[in-house]
Design a protein around this ligand. Structure first.
Ligand code: PBG
Length: 329
């Protein structure tokens, strides 16, 4: 029965909670969390999002309250998504000075100063009447170069409103370079770019589309611009290209289905690396927990730790506030 080689007693270091803490390789803390928040125009009070238990579309007032709560929990930042009342073919509200996100950014800056990093998702889908992330050509295709020109305008509007970081999520080619050019051309050298660099076309964004009231026209999808989930090497190409274009930080998304990309990215990326634990990932945990089938807070923490273990520096997650509370932040 005794093996003829010495068996390493790995269990020795698992014996007590303090030992386990001492030898933990990956750690998750409040500083690793970014909270995605939704702000909607034309509502009187916060509107709960049914498919994202615990999350709401905020008014600017309720958004400010939530932001102050994040500050008190020690969460370092948030990423903002807007839901405008007016949508049109070119998503005008995304880059108008008084668009909902721009107004919200000003209110947040006034309320919390520099206590929170203010990030703004930079895209058109919430603002277009057809729900695509860019402007459409005659055949209904999303036009790359016309779209990135508009992304430059969104970046300027968000920078002027006080964003610390803009986060382009549209997956157009050359979007990071176009945005960097627009920002620098207008003196916004201090505004950083968090590139949604590896972003797959995923069914896990379903609840998010409820949250931002987006329906893609004609039952369409985003497969002509977001990545095909079959491809890993292509994800690394996207990352390399975004870095070359001037991205300050790189993001991988969705999170749990991109662990291979995340760990590979960790080897080639020296800038901060983020993972986005998306709406569908949140919804699955919340739904199973609500049914009493899993221990929601434990599963959430386990998933977020796995992202850290795979190499993420920080995580965008709808669990940010809850986990911060859990960690006693
Ligand atoms: C695009 C955008 C999306 C998400 C973040 N930015 C939706 C999409 O690509 O269809 C999804 C985030 C989530 O599911 O939590 N503006």
């Amino acid at each position: 029965m005794t093996p003829d080689f010495p068996v390493r007693r790995l269990r020795r270091l698992r014996r007590t909670p303090a030992l386990r803490r001492l030898v933990a390789e990956a750690r998750i803390g409040v500083d690793d969390l970014i909270a995605p928040l939704f702000v909607r125009e034309g509502i009187e009070g916060p509107v709960p999002i049914p498919s994202m238990l615990g999350q709401s579309q905020h008014t600017i007032d309720s958004l400010v309250i939530e932001a102050k709560r994040l500050v008190s929990l020690g969460v370092p930042g948030l990423i903002l998504f807007g839901v405008p009342t007016q949508k049109d073919a070119t998503g005008t509200e995304a880059y108008s000075r008084d668009g909902i996100v721009q107004r919200a950014l000003r209110a947040l800056r006034t309320a919390v100063g520099d206590q929170l990093v203010l990030m703004a998702d930079l895209c058109l889908d919430e603002y277009t009447d057809h729900g695509h992330c860019g402007v459409l050509g005659p055949g209904g295709e999303v036009l790359n170069d016309q779209t990135i020109e508009l992304y430059g305008r969104i970046a300027l509007a968000q920078a002027e409103a006080g964003a610390d970081i803009v986060a382009p999520s549209g997956m157009m080619d050359g979007q990071v370079a176009a945005i960097r050019g627009a920002l620098d051309g207008d003196g916004h050298h201090q505004v950083a770019i968090l590139a949604y660099a590896s972003k797959y076309a995923s069914a896990l964004y379903g609840p998010f589309r409820d949250a931002v009231d987006v329906t893609i026209a004609g039952g369409g999808d985003r497969r002509a611009y977001q990545q095909d989930p079959h491809n890993r090497r292509e994800a690394l190409l996207e990352i390399t290209q975004d870095l070359a274009e001037g991205a300050d930080m790189i993001m991988v998304k969705p999170a749990m289905t991109s662990l291979d990309v995340l760990s590979e990215a960790r080897r080639i990326v020296d800038v901060p690396l983020a993972a986005y634990h998306v709406s569908g990932e949140y919804a699955m945990v919340q739904a199973a927990a609500a049914a009493g089938w899993i221990d929601g807070p434990s599963v959430a923490l386990e998933q977020l730790v796995a992202l850290k273990r795979a190499g993420a520096d920080f995580i965008l997650t709808y669990f940010a506030a809850a986990v911060a509370e859990q960690l006693g932040g």
